[in-house]
Design a protein around this ligand. Structure first.
Ligand code: CTP
Length: 409
């Protein structure tokens, strides 16, 4: 059954501001994600944005009227009402000009008026050339906005409009969507509370090769580790993410990514990152075993009796990191448990925390469609001093925010 206007007010109301940059076309994907996940979205572009993407595209995708002009339908007082009634304002892309106007309270179009009347959380997603991003004027404006509680995302690095690359790319729409969802659930989830904190995080699942085309792997998508990295980076931390095999999760904005394949590669990368890290998080699913022999050629079906696969143990990276821990370094482990005849999920988690010797353990129940390859998560956060905090069901970004709150408290 299609939704009716009668049920619209109960849906979270999002204003999607679109600035005049080439990344305006990516706002269409963000819009799609927001509407398809049940949000009511009103797009408010600038005149510049409408030179890149026509109003018809935004109207068709949102099902709402689109204008940059505060004098359109003036009897509805849109320059005040839109901001007042919103649950969240996201501006993507936020150009240097738009950021400057927002910082100084200018209101010469519908979007800048809306920014002045919004009481809800605001997420500005910058996209501009590196020089413009790094210019002291822009940096000053960003700092001013953050001081006022506006969430200004770190831009991503990579290919810019022309042939050049650098910092200033619009973060992946999926990542912006994740933060939008997070701020709707928890408006205070992205404080700049981790500035100067160095964090090393592992994510994804390692793959242990059998021959040039086959491997032993696991079902980890890396989503939880990526969410931890993204939230820490937005809180101002200096983040290194050691990523084993993951689903297609894009490049997390403001994060240094080190790609690895096997457990042994992950171990080396994590030891290197942990040398300077204040907080180390092992969210990766590390293979406990690897094949003893790696065939140099593809094992052929025609080989009548294939050799059995003989396995050997991989190192326990978390236990090694705990053993090598520097004074004051905080170490967080993850445990994916199913529960069995010897104990339930939480009992297994408590035993694992003791066995591993880390400071914190995030315990997830897995199996029956829980935790792996899904968007949401739930569990417990166990501290080595015996505190046990249930983590309510929510997005992986929400779980990440809960973990960072506790670990950095
Ligand atoms: N871990 C690790 N190195 C391994 C295996 C796991 O560092 N070789 C880390 C994981 O990243 C996670 C924690 O240890 O943070 C717990 O992983 P889990 O697979 O739940 O536990 P195991 O130690 O493998 O124990 P078991 O399989 O018996 O439950």
């Amino acid at each position: 059954m299609s939704s009716t206007s009668a049920d619209a007010p109960s849906r979270p109301r999002v204003i999607l501001g679109v600035g005049g940059g080439i990344a305006a076309y990516k706002a269409c994907e963000l819009l799609r994600r927001l509407t398809e996940s049940g949000h009511s979205v009103r797009v408010v572009p600038t005149d510049g944005a409408l030179k890149f993407v026509g109003a018809a595209t935004f109207e068709a995708l949102s099902g709402e009227p689109v204008t940059a002009d505060p004098f359109d339908r003036v009897h509805e007082v849109p320059h005040v009402k839109l901001g007042q009634n919103a649950d969240l304002v996201v501006v993507a892309p936020a150009t240097a000009n738009l950021i400057a106007k927002a910082a100084h309270g200018l209101a010469d179009d519908l979007l800048t008026n809306t920014l002045l009347t919004a009481h809800c959380p605001v997420l500005l997603v910058p996209a501009m050339h590196t020089e413009m991003w790094e210019h002291p004027a822009t940096q000053h404006n960003v700092a001013l906005l953050r001081e006022r509680g506006v969430n200004v995302m770190e831009p991503a690095s990579g290919r810019l409009t022309g042939k050049d690359t650098g910092k200033g790319r619009l973060p992946d729409p999926a990542e912006i969507f994740e933060f939008a969802r997070l701020l709707l659930a928890r408006p205070d989830a992205l404080p700049r509370s981790m500035a100067g904190v160095r964090v090393a995080i592992s994510a994804g699942g390692t793959r242990e090769p059998l021959d040039p085309v086959r491997f032993l792997g696991n079902r980890s998508s890396g989503k939880q580790g990526y969410a931890l990295a993204r939230v820490a980076a937005q809180r101002g931390a200096d983040v290194t993410l050691v990523a084993a095999h993951t689903a297609d999760l894009g490049e997390p904005a403001g994060v240094t990514v080190v790609r690895v394949g096997t457990a042994l590669e992950l171990r080396d990368a994590m030891h290197a990152a942990a040398e300077t890290a204040d907080i180390v998080v092992m969210a990766a699913a590390v293979a406990d075993f690897r094949p003893v022999a790696l065939a140099t050629h593809k094992i052929k079906k025609s080989s009548a009796d294939p050799d059995p696969v003989v396995l050997t143990k991989n190192p326990d990276v978390l236990a090694e990191l705990v053993a090598a821990r520097r004074e004051g370094q905080v170490i967080v482990g993850f445990a994916a448990e199913t529960g069995d005849e010897t104990g339930d999920v939480l009992e297994h988690g408590r035993a694992k925390l003791k066995r591993k010797g880390c400071d914190w353990l995030v315990v997830n129940a897995v199996g029956d469609g829980k935790a792996f390859e899904v968007e949401d998560n739930a569990g417990w956060l166990l501290a080595d001093d015996g505190r046990e905090t249930p983590i309510p069901h929510g997005s992986k970004a929400q779980l990440a925010a809960t973990v960072w709150d506790a670990v950095t408290a």
